[in-house]
Write a protein that binds this ligand. Structure first.
Ligand code: GLU
Length: 477
């Protein structure tokens, strides 16, 4: 129970959503419980000597389901990290991976720490020690458990974890595959940093390809001109807002940050705002629109699409009824509580659920893991061969045009675009787009065909639980 809102805890909230969907299924006795429960949570308390004192830190690595291994999920650094949260996030990873067909079980880690409180060297010491504690228990391992970034962590921490693993497993040729979200020079993949935000964009593009689905939210048309409210301009919110505004014609009218919100009906310049936040620590006094001190109230602003991209539980039983957005896409994990979900469902709000909407991150992590195991960058073998085949066609077209009386030319830019073979970034984006489209189709099919399913979340859970159940059954469990 969350003592502040009187609502179930995050983990209970995820379980309630799971149970709601599982009740519509015909699972063998006992299997529902086996899938729902978290397999294990390891708690570690370790000391690091910093600033002349020994500081004790508490960390967790939770494994929700090992129906397929390795298990996968990020490591979060935040003062609020606790066991309940880590277990809820690990469960979401299980369902997320199943939905996007990433061959992983679900896991998550967390460290109770305020990363802003420590400098880079201190954070390296802390991360190395935390990684050491997890590695020696096989809770970081390319074949068993593969972490990634989450709130408060990024490429730097992942590079440290990979290095720590390599030091402890000097002959493991697959050492780099022990963690994803690494920088490029440490075995990372192009497109991983933008991946979750990019996935949110692809999810919305796919949603708007189906006018009947769009109509369920009381909207029409395309993404062009849609008014968007974004909560949290961290890595996920920033990339989602950036791509939607610069590539799809959306207008980001409100951005909510930890110190308030900024509003501009004409659309906010996301790059400029992010720069401002990095330099000034918040949105207060920024010159890009009207400032509102009460950021939480701005979640209730008139808009077409609301994108919560920060913490869990921000849309809860206290504010759900006041939310005006007809369409919510959950870029964060668990931003809508089970109680709020019910209120919004009854109001007819369409929610594109977290286990689908933010799966872009783990999808590209999957590509990175495969890249590390295959020891070759995507596109390295095919790119130039593809380019020379395209060159053949262009040469032939030009020859035909020269030798015949038809007077035509290729449109400007066509040649350059057509001749350019796909590099790693293009392939990653293509794989991510395909994944997001396929996962939406599987969810949508249930949404439209199952007479007891009225929302995308339940549809998504049904698809995921079914896949996990089949995997357990195939193992004889
Ligand atoms: N932390 C991200 C998530 O919640 C990414 C996980 C991963 O890439 O393994 O999905």
């Amino acid at each position: 129970m969350n003592t502040q809102t009187g609502e179930p805890s995050f983990r209970q909230s995820v379980d309630l959503m799971f149970t709601r969907a599982a009740a519509l299924m015909d699972l063998p006795p006992g299997l529902e419980e086996k899938i729902r429960v978290c397999n294990s949570t390891y708690t570690v308390r370790f000391g690091v000597r910093l600033r002349g004192d020994i500081h004790t830190f508490t960390g967790y690595r939770s494994v929700h389901s090992e129906h397929t291994e390795p298990v996968k999920g990020g490591i979060r650094y935040a003062p609020s990290v606790n066991q309940d949260e880590v277990e809820a996030l690990a469960a979401l990873m299980t369902y997320k991976c199943a939905l996007v067909e990433a061959p992983f079980g679900g896991s998550k880690g967390g460290l109770c720490i305020d990363p802003r409180h420590w400098d880079t060297d201190e954070l390296e010491k802390i991360t190395r020690r935390f990684a050491y504690e997890l590695i020696k228990r096989d809770l970081i391992d390319p074949a068993q458990n593969v972490p990634a970034p989450d709130m408060g962590t990024g490429e730097r921490e992942m590079a440290i974890i990979a290095d720590q693993y390599a030091r402890m497993h000097t002959t493991d040729i697959n050492a780099r595959a022990c963690v994803t979200g690494k920088p490029i020079h440490a075995g990372g993949i192009h497109g991983r940093v933008e991946a979750t935000g990019r996935g949110v964009q692809y999810a919305l593009q796919e949603f708007f390809r189906h006018p009947e689905d769009v109509a369920k939210a009381g909207l029409s048309g395309t993404l062009e001109g849609k008014r968007v409210v974004v909560q949290g301009l961290g890595n996920v919110g920033y990339h989602a807002a950036l791509f939607l505004s610069t590539e799809d014609g959306c207008k980001v009218t409100h951005v909510i940050e930890h110190d308030g919100a900024v509003e501009n009906a004409g659309g906010i310049d996301i790059v400029a705002l992010r720069d401002w936040i990095v330099r000034n620590g918040g949105v207060k006094d920024c010159p890009f629109g009207t400032y509102h001190e009460d950021g939480a109230r701005v979640l209730e602003a008139e808009c077409d699409i609301l994108i919560p991209a920060a913490m869990e539980g921000v849309i809860n039983m206290h504010n759900a009824a006041a939310i005006k957005a007809p369409l919510i896409i959950e870029a964060a994990n668990g931003p809508v509580t089970a109680g709020a979900d019910e209120i919004l469902r009854n109001k007819g709000t369409v929610i594109i659920p977290d286990l689908y909407a933010n799966a872009g991150g783990v999808t590209v992590s999957y590509f990175e893991w495969v890249k590390n195991l295959s020891h070759i960058r995507f596109g390295r073998m095919q790119r130039r061969q593809e380019e020379s085949r395209h060159q053949l066609i262009v040469d032939e077209l030009e020859r035909i045009s020269r030798d015949s009386s038809i007077n035509w030319t290729l449109s400007p830019g066509f040649k350059d675009k057509y001749l350019k073979g796909a590099g790693e970034l293009e392939l990653v984006r293509s794989g991510l787009d395909d994944t997001m489209r396929a996962a939406y189709q599987s969810m949508r099919e249930v949404w439209w065909s199952h007479d007891k399913v009225s929302d995308l979340r339940t549809a998504a859970f049904l698809v995921s639980i079914d896949r996990v159940a089949k995997s357990y059954t195939a193992k004889g469990i």
